[in-house]
Design a protein around this ligand. Structure first.
Ligand code: F6P
Length: 351
């Protein structure tokens, strides 16, 4: 079979490991892998590159995606969908592997309904996809955010400041949750639960009264204060899938905290630093396993599926699983984390 592979949506460390695993295994099974450049735009524009073993040699150690990516929506209207289906035929593809998040996989599921022999590979640093336990890219992002928090501790402490760190995570706060715990943030704010700014200010005051003199606040870009409605965004523009561009909650929160506590408060946005650079060993392994599994799924004609990690096993599940809403941090984890920054009395078990 001639099998196309594309990467869509925001990049994530581990994408090149997927491409390498897929290409090597597809060739071993006697297929012809073809790279489609720039995500779904490449299918519309019929922009391909050959993929040989030499092309993917050692790429699992590098970040980004060698196929490049865009947030193009191939099913945004009937005419565009027609163009995508025509592209699939014109490129003489027998199957297509789409590596991406909910938008890319949602589009892939729609094209599968119209006859594309599709297999999906779930990807997002946000780790918020249904149908799989973990996505590659997440581990690397958590390590980067943890290192940032580690570094910010020492400067915040030296200057006796409050530092607010804005971390990626649109609908789910997985990165903030994990890095907040690992990096020892004193307050962790997630999109899963609206937060009260006065309560955060109280933690800052209490830590000062206890003699610590500094506080680190980790906040997801998608976290929302109780006195506000909707995300804090950078612009009103939306991408082709209707996603807003988040950003600014850290700065806004820092200003409010400084007003309330009269303590010098600064903010840091980690932004795309969390997506760039070399993948962690975990993401290289998971990406490779998923690439291999995608090639094997195509080989046994297991179409309309996405590869998925369940426990320690890589398997396939229906592509539509990824579009079943976001996988958020469970309530009990949010509550347990909250108890960590509550006043000492509240930390004790009842009685
Ligand atoms: O979906 C992953 C993600 O990294 C989000 O956390 C973030 O909001 C978004 O992508 C940013 O995307 P872009 O780089 O296209 O603005």
């Amino acid at each position: 079979m001639r099998i196309g592979i594309l990467t869509g949506g925001g990049d994530a460390p581990g994408l090149n490991a997927v491409i390498r695993g897929f290409v090597i295994r597809a060739l071993q099974l006697g297929h012809e892998p073809v790279g489609i450049r720039h995500g779904w735009r490449g299918l519309l524009d019929r922009e391909t590159v050959p993929l040989t073993v030499q092309d993917v040699d050692d790429v699992h150690r590098t970040g980004g995606t060698l196929l490049r990516t865009t947030r193009t929506n191939p099913v945004k209207d009937e005419a565009t969908k027609r163009k995508a289906l025509d592209g699939y035929k014109a490129l003489k593809l027998d199957a297509l592997v789409a590596v991406g998040g909910d938008d890319t996989l949602g589009a892939c599921a729609k094209l599968a309904k119209d006859g594309v022999n599709a297999v999906g590979v779930p990807k997002t640093i946000d780790n918020d996809l249904q149908g799989t336990d973990v996505t590659f890219g997440y581990d690397t992002a958590v390590n980067i955010a943890t290192e940032a928090l580690d570094r910010l501790h020492t400067t915040a402490e030296s200057h006796e400041r409050c530092l607010v760190v804005e971390i990626m995570g649109r609908h789910a706060g997985w990165i903030t949750w994990a890095a907040g715990i690992a990096g020892g943030a004193h307050v962790v704010l997630l999109p899963e639960e609206p937060f009260d700014v006065e309560e955060v200010a109280e933690v800052v005051r209490r830590r000062d009264a206890e003699g610590f003199g500094y506080t680190l606040v980790a906040v997801s870009e998608g976290a929302v204060p109780t006195d506000t409605t909707g995300f804090v965004t950078q612009t009103d523009k939306k991408d082709e899938f209707g996603n807003v561009r988040l950003g600014g909650i850290g700065d806004r929160l820092a200003k409010r905290l400084e007003e309330l506590t009269k303590k010098e408060t600064r903010s840091v946005v980690l932004g795309h630093l969390q997506r760039g650079g070399a993948p962690s060993a975990f993401d290289r392994v998971l990406g490779t396993r998923m690439g291999i599994a995608a090639a094997e799924a195509v080989d046994r004609r297991d179409f309309g599926k996405m590869v998925s990690l369940r426990g320690t096993r890589v398997q396939t599940v229906p592509l539509t699983e990824a579009a079943k809403g976001y996988r958020v941090v469970p309530k009990e984890e949010v509550e347990s984390l909250r108890r960590m920054w509550a006043p000492p009395r509240a930390r004790l078990p009842p009685g």
